[in-house]
Every structure is written in C-alpha cells, then in structure tokens.
Ligand binder design. Structure first.
Ligand code: FE2
Length: 371
C-alpha cells in the first residue's frame, strides 16, 4: 500500500514533466568503469550468476537524460500514488513505469543501455520486471542539517590537515538504507542528484570474511552495477547536499536456462502486491515456458537420432522445475500476511546482522503500531 510523501519530498514535486523521447545517441554518455571487483576478490567466489561483483562508478547518462528522469519521478501523480515507507528506507518511489515515466522505462529497455550494463555485470541481463523500473530512494536534508553538515565537513577537513591524514575516508557510517541483500540478481544504481558538495554516500559491502569494503558513490548521471542478491550491502549516508536521489533498477539473467534466484523478501512490503505478483508470475512462467520448450527439443532430437530416452536427465530437469515452483509458492505470500512497510531479516546472510536487524525491525513495528 502506498503512502503520502513526507513534506520535504512533496516540496520537490514537478507539476507536469516535459515530454521527451529517449534517444540513445543523445542520452547515453558512457565511459566504462576503471575497475570491476570480482566475487573472488570480495571472498564470495562460489556464489552468484556471474564472476563480477561490483563496479566502480561509471558515466552512463547525459545531463538532459537525468533532468527528464527527475521530472518524471518527481511528478505529482508519482509522489501521490507510488510513495512507500519501510524499516529499510524512509522514502521510496516504486511501480511508476511506464504509466507515469515513459522516458525512464524506455531508457532501461534500450538495447544499448542493456549492452552496457550486461558487459559490466559479466552476463547478459534484462530488467527483472516492469514494476521494478526503477526503484527510487530519496533523502532530503533540512537547511539546519545542511548547515550542520557543512560545519562538520569543514571541521573534518581541518582536522585532516592538522593531523596530516588528508585522504582518509569519512568515518561516519550512518546508513541511509540498512544492511540487506537485494531480492534480484543484479542492480544498477543511478545517481540523480548533484553530489559534488557531498561527503559520504558510499556503498558498503560485507566480504565473505565479514570485513567491510566501501565502493565510492556515483556522481550525477553515473551508475554502479552490483550483484546485490549475493552480497550484503548498505548505502551510507551522504552529508552536505540538499537531497540525494538514487534510481535502483533490478536485472535478471536474459537466458531462461540460467538459474533465477529472485525472491521478493525486500520488496513485498513496499509494493502494490497485485502488480508485483502479476509481473513476477508472468516472467517466471515465461521462463518455465522456454525451459519446457528447450527440454522437449532435446527429447525429440534424441528420439529422431534413435537414442534411448534419458531418464536421469529428465528427472533432474523435473526436480529443478519443482524447486522453481516451490520458490514461487514461497515468494507469493498471502496478501493479508504481508505487513506494509516491514521487511524481516530473512534476506540477510550473516547471523550477527540477522540478530541486529530483528531487534531494530521489532522496534520499528512497535513504534509504527503506536502511531
Ligand atoms: Fe540494495
């Protein structure tokens, strides 16, 4: 169930977004990332659908494209109908494309954009489903908070100069979105705010050993690609700017024959469930449709070549599909059992994070019930 936007977000509303068609020649400004970290480098070598874990920020869209995306996602109908709050993030916009945001929708379906994202991910990807184009996280800072941040930044800089430690990372690790793994195999996080005056805003990743690694946050029009389903991560708070808006678009492997470990644990509570469940069921059944066709082709080819029926191979195929349907039954939680705005800790991997998350989640529900 959507809710009203907080007043500071409502203040950003754009009355009527201009009409503009997405043109890859005009709106893509791609410069490849300097570095792509592998799953092995972050000690999660055997997990995931690709050897690539996370990229450094890279340029993806032009200023005009970002301006149009902002106008569409901050339009009144989006803020009024597509705002969600949760224990993971205070303000999110979801499920607005293509209805209210045709430019955003076309950008993420553009073959050129998909080629760029796939190359960085190390596997051919497609947007997971329309409902997930593109999840928006918004945080807006009050004037007082901005002033306080400016003072803190100035003090931090002078301390660095005093101590001769210039270049040390900013040490305030307050998250804007708490520790989580994503529901979908890959995400592309696009920055829609000018962060040139900000400090912080990195993505923190938890390596297999439990050590924390930070990846620099992207600047405006820039993006980061992350295999977020298999890596615990959190977006750290940025200080010093008026607002921080990111667009997180989720992807799955294009090939129906590659495993699809999609769950809905982190998105169910911040979704219009009939829309989410319809999109999810549709694409999952399409995958089964393609898999069955491929399996039938194999069976017929063997028959035509006079080969014996492959009983163990067929049983393995059937078992795999059984598991696939079971995961769907688990994902489609009855609508009356979903607590709006509350995501539990089942999406986490590490026991200590699970425990911490359960404590804060209970606190969130208790506070919410009191209101
Ligand atoms: Fe995430």
């Amino acid at each position: 169930m959507s809710s009203a936007p907080p007043p500071e977000v409502a203040a950003l509303a754009v009355e009527v977004p201009p009409k503009l068609a997405f043109d890859p020649k005009k709106h893509i400004n791609h410069v490849p990332p300097k570095k792509i970290w592998t799953m092995t480098e972050i000690e999660r070598g055997n997990q995931g659908v690709s050897p690539n874990a996370v990229s450094e920020p890279f340029s993806l869209f032009t200023e005009e494209a970002v301006k149009q995306m902002r106008a569409e996602i901050l339009s009144k109908p989006v803020l009024e109908n597509c705002t969600y709050q949760s224990n993971l993030s205070p303000c999110q916009l979801r499920g607005y494309a293509p209805k209210y945001a045709p430019f955003v929708y076309d950008a993420w379906h553009s073959p050129q954009v998909l080629e760029i994202v796939s190359k960085i991910a190390g596997i051919d990807l497609v947007p997971v489903m329309d409902f997930e184009i593109g999840h928006i996280n918004i945080s807006v800072h009050s004037k007082e908070a901005q002033e306080e941040a400016k003072r803190a930044i100035a003090e931090h800089k002078s301390r660095q100069a005093d101590e001769g430690v210039s270049g040390c990372p900013w040490e305030d690790d307050t998250p804007i979105v708490g520790w989580h793994t994503d529901s979908y195999p890959f995400v592309c996080v696009l920055m829609l705010s000018d962060c040139s005056q900000m400090i912080g805003g990195e993505t923190a990743l938890r390596k297999g050993s439990g050590d924390i690694m930070k990846v620099r946050g992207p600047g405006v029009g820039n993006a980061v690609v992350l295999q977020g389903r298999y890596i615990e991560h959190q977006a750290l708070k940025a200080y010093g700017g008026q607002e921080r808006i990111t667009m997180v678009t989720s992807f799955r492997p294009k090939s129906p024959l590659v495993q699809d470990d999609t769950i809905l644990d982190t998105v169910r509570a911040v979704s219009n469930l009939p829309d989410l469940y319809r999109d999810y069921t549709e694409y999952r059944l399409e995958l089964v449709e393609e898999r069955v066709r491929a399996q039938l082709k194999k069976i017929r080819e063997r028959k035509n070549r006079g080969h014996k029926f492959d009983t163990p191979g067929n049983k393995a195929f059937l078992r795999e599909q059984k598991q696939f349907f079971e995961s769907m039954l688990k994902a489609l939680v009855d609508e009356d059992k979903v607590i709006p705005g509350y995501t539990d800790s089942s999406h986490l991997i590490s026991p200590d994070l699970k425990e911490r998350d359960e404590f804060f989640s209970k606190l969130y529900v208790a506070t919410r019930n009191k209101k």
